[in-house]
Design a protein around this ligand. Structure first.
Ligand code: ADP
Ligand code: MG
Length: 321
């Protein structure tokens, strides 16, 4: 690389906003982070490979935002508050235009989610972005997948299916108004971290939506040993999605499309008012889409009548078979 590894790090990654938990940040052998008393560390790592998890893209800033948003989404799923993140960057060459755009989007997300960049690794090879996030949660209070109980409500935040719709226009050079909504959801997702942290002690289980509601809720049900009834008419669909697709395709995208980075959680019906108040406080759209039951499996219904999930799967929109 023409630009030395150290110059590259100094120029593009060393001036990110730091936080009070960062004792030592970029530049030493390890980052040193302090946790609040009585808290435990939550950590998760996400890797995105060009051509596999994202296309060769003109929106390089968007990519910087997206790789961090996808990783912090996992912290939100546990109700953890951000502490810091590391970036492992594999680059085919030190392209300064690319680096400037990427680090700009990454820095914007770092500020937005209040999570400082505290270290990383820089290597040469096919473009690959890996982000490891660190967060903290009061000991014993983390939201897990395994806590859903029969009778609990099932909730989702935001709208679903828009990021899947972005896959239909990702390669476009001009975008309609609706397509701009989809692209913003794809590149600039805003997982609801503060709202999620507010769900500690309120929600019984949670998961972030990365592979589509049907698959991700399925993980919660499996971990909890429960079944669920999901009301497809209650799925939160954006106006853009409804204006662009038939009802059936919009539902299929919401159920089986990935990359929404919204939150799905369960909670006792007694917590409804608390949840609506929390959603209003954080300006988060929050929709009740079904209920947990005993047994196993995910059952879709429309006005009480069962619908077969294989119907949507057979439409060919499954994110991951
Ligand atoms: P070491 O050889 O001790 O692993 P490096 O020379 O790889 O350290 O990195 C020097 C410092 O720069 C370390 O603090 C490391 O965390 C940080 N760093 C390296 N690459 C990145 C990156 N892409 N983003 C942020 N920090 C980085
Ligand atoms: Mg070292």
């Amino acid at each position: 690389m023409a630009l030395s590894e150290f110059d590259l790090i100094r120029r593009y990654f060393s001036s990110f906003q730091q936080g009070s938990a960062v004792v030592t940040g970029i530049g030493d052998d390890c980052a040193e982070l302090s946790l609040s008393p009585g808290h435990t560390l939550c950590t998760s790592i996400d890797t995105m490979v060009e051509g596999v998890h994202f296309p060769k893209t003109p929106d390089v800033s968007g990519l910087g935002w997206r790789v961090l948003a996808a990783a912090v989404s996992d912290l939100g799923a546990c109700g953890a508050r951000p502490v810091g993140f590391c970036l492992a960057l594999t680059l085919p060459q030190a392209d300064e235009t690319w680096l400037a755009a990427f680090s700009k989007g990454l820095a914007e997300a770092s500020r937005f989610f209040a999570i400082p960049l505290v270290g990383g690794d820089t290597t040469r090879g096919p473009l690959c972005l890996s982000v490891q996030v660190f967060g903290e949660v009061p000991a014993g209070k983390a939201l897990l997948r395994s806590g859903a109980r029969p009778g609990d409500d099932i909730w989702v935040t935001g709208t679903l299916g828009d990021a899947r719709a972005a896959l239909d226009c990702l390669e476009n050079t001009a975008f309609s108004e609706a397509e701009q909504v989809f692209m913003a959801q794809y590149y600039r997702a805003e997982p609801p971290l503060e709202f999620s942290a507010g769900l500690l002690g309120v929600a019984s289980a949670a998961i972030d939506l990365s592979d589509g509601l049907a698959a991700d809720l399925g993980h919660v049900l499996q971990a909890s040993g429960a079944s669920a009834e999901l009301e497809v008419d209650a799925l939160p669909l954006s106006a853009a999605l409804q204006a662009t697709y038939s009802r059936e395709v919009a539902e299929a995208y919401a159920l089986t499309g990935g990359d929404d980075y919204q939150l799905c959680f369960t909670a006792s019906a007694a917590r409804r008012e608390t949840i609506y108040a929390l959603a209003a406080e954080h300006n988060i759209r929050c929709s009740r889409v079904g209920a947990v039951a005993s047994g196993a499996g995910l059952n879709l219904v429309r006005e009480g009548a069962p619908i077969d999930l294989t119907h949507y799967n057979n439409m060919g929109y499954l994110h991951f078979q």
